[in-house]
Design a binder for this molecule. Structure first.
Ligand code: HEC
Length: 180
């Protein structure tokens, strides 16, 4: 009886190892381009983002074992590709958000998405219960994000042409005031 079980287990193991796909490979994450170098967030903010966002919005994804299961892995990979395209903490210095206005809008959008419980998504929260941001963490992120966004906007105002200010600045500042 025992032998049959061992044999079945071996057979199952062999089948699985043939069927499993290779884990996805992360693109490089050079520190010089990171959001942490560009914006220098406080440690608490960094910790939250690394715990709750980096698996999708960075090149430092910790791929779970089930990302090797065909089908499941493809879905996860597609999700991460879309998330990185939206914004990527590992390529902050190279993405559109390195421009102060875009970065400011992005930070305010992140605050809203965390506050409303949209991010991280429901499925991710279910599989990573410890990723859920605490109310104190949400507050810390949003206070920092607003301050950072305002600072970026003030810098941008000094540097940009009048026309660009008229078109873009008031919109982001209005959002920033609403969040106050
Ligand atoms: C399981 C993967 C996953 C995790 C974890 C995750 N996101 Fe996302 N996020 C996505 C995907 C996918 C999109 C792009 C949706 C689309 O293309 O419509 C997205 C989009 C966004 C957007 C919208 C960007 C835009 O251009 O409008 C914001 C803001 C955002 N995420 C913030 C966060 C924050 C903040 C965290 C961490 C607290 C987080 N996300 C964690 C997958 C994730």
């Amino acid at each position: 009886m025992n032998r049959v079980i061992v044999l079945l287990a071996l057979l199952l193991g062999a089948t699985m190892s043939v069927a499993l796909r290779r884990p996805p490979v992360n693109p490089p994450a050079p520190p010089a381009l990171s959001m942490e170098v560009a914006l220098r967030p406080p440690p608490g903010v960094s910790k939250l983002l690394r715990r709750a966002c980096y698996d999708c919005h960075s090149n430092e994804t910790r791929w779970p074992w089930y990302s090797r299961v065909p089908g499941v892995g493809n879905l996860l990979e597609r999700d991460v590709t879309n998330a990185r395209a939206a914004f990527n903490f590992s390529e902050w210095g190279a993405g559109p958000y390195r421009r102060p206005r875009v970065g400011a809008a992005m930070l305010l959008g992140m605050c809203a998405s965390i506050r409303e419980g949209q991010m991280p998504g429901k499925n991710y929260r279910m599989l990573h219960p410890d990723a859920k941001p605490s109310p104190a963490e949400i507050d810390e992120f949003c206070v920092w994000g607003r301050t950072e966004a305002k600072r970026a906007m003030q810098g941008a105002q000094r540097n940009s042409t009048e026309r660009a200010q008229r078109i873009q600045t008031p919109r982001v500042m209005r959002i920033a005031r609403r969040l106050d």
